[in-house]
Design a protein around this ligand. Structure first.
Ligand code: TRP
Length: 328
């Protein structure tokens, strides 16, 4: 059994892109490993944000994770900023982090290009991410492809810290790349993202799922019902792969390639399967919304469990780095 850590930014309600790209896999990992999942609010604030809505988005994301199937009896679910040790370890790790590596991160370069003034926080983002994982000595980190460079840097930080302060203290974490193909927005253009308005929310009711799916982009080669298509480049087929059984996927792919049916037929089957999968989640979300204490209790207990682990690591890190212990 490995220890797993992953984080998700508090963007508010989950959509099917987040679900298929990450959370569906997390739900499975809970039965295989010891898992910690965190709503990473401290990462979210490295880009322009509205302070007024952050707490609510954070709570909404936690609620979404529970409704999607994360189980507090199996996993530790908590808010990053509730465990202050994340920021403490972050600082201590900056000492062994090469500035050049931070400046070379593609995510940093992309994000900083979109901003007028670039903060040290944005540059530091991957160091905080390393602290998230190393605080719990997690060895398995499920992430999307866009995070692989951050994971490589994390491993570099581990090697440097271990070389200087204690051989083999931190394990080198491995990325577990999600096998799911990346879901694009319903426009088939950019990635699925709430700010682009091209999503299906995880808790959308059936009629709204169909309303959004019906006009969704498919393989542009299928101009008419008689044109065969290629499921490998069809975003609707990617969504099928997340919600339909393997036998159905095979049938769908065949009917697409042979023009055996039209895109609308394909989408009707998908809508049924999505509605079947998402209805229990929508119901769980409604139950959690009706009882807001429940989410807060889960987060309080999760933070307490995480903190207990974090404190052990930090005591040892401080000692190895030579800091004077505080008087009890
Ligand atoms: N940077 C990750 C993302 O944007 C989120 C994240 C923060 C994370 N800390 C993490 C992922 C630690 C894995 C492990 O998706």
């Amino acid at each position: 059994m490995a220890r797993v850590f992953s984080g998700i930014q508090p963007s508010g309600e989950l959509h099917i892109g987040n679900y298929l790209g990450a959370v569906q896999n997390w739900v499975k990992l809970q039965d295989l490993h010891e898992c910690l999942f965190s709503v990473v609010d401290l990462h979210a604030i490295t880009q322009p944000y509205e302070a007024g809505g952050l707490a609510q988005r954070t709570e909404e994301m936690a609620l979404s994770l529970l409704a999607a199937g994360l189980d507090p009896d199996k996993s530790t679910i908590f808010v990053q900023s509730h465990v202050a040790e994340h920021t403490e370890l972050n600082w201590l790790l900056t000492i062994v982090t090469p500035l050049g590596e931070l400046e070379r991160q593609t995510q940093f370069k992309d994000k900083s290009q979109r901003q007028e003034s670039v903060s040290a926080g944005l540059l530091n983002y991957p160091v905080l991410q390393a602290a998230d994982v190393l605080l719990y000595k997690a060895t398995l980190v499920p992430v999307g492809e866009d995070q692989l460079q951050h994971l490589e840097l994390m491993r570099e930080i581990v090697r440097r810290w271990n070389a200087r302060f204690g051989a083999d203290f931190f394990p080198e974490p491995q990325a577990q790349l999600s096998t799911a193909r990346r879901v694009l927005g319903l426009d088939g253009q950019a990635k699925m993202s709430k700010s682009l308005g091209n999503t299906i929310g995880l808790f959308d009711p059936p009629d709204s799922i169909w309303e959004k799916l019906r006009p969704a982009a498919t393989d542009p080669a299928r101009k008419t019902r008689k044109d065969p298509g290629n499921p490998d480049i069809c975003n609707v087929f990617t969504i099928h792969q997340g919600f339909s059984a393997p036998a159905v996927q095979a049938d769908v792919a065949h009917k697409c390639r042979t023009a055996g049916w039209g895109c609308l037929d394909c989408k009707r089957v998908l809508a049924d399967n999505m509605i079947a999968a998402l209805t229990p989640m929508r119901e769980r979300a409604a139950a959690l919304r009706a009882d807001p204490r429940r989410v807060r209790d889960v987060l309080r207990a999760g933070a307490a469990k995480a903190r207990a682990l974090a404190r052990q690591t930090m005591a040892e890190v401080r000692r190895r780095m030579g800091l004077l212990p505080a008087e009890a």
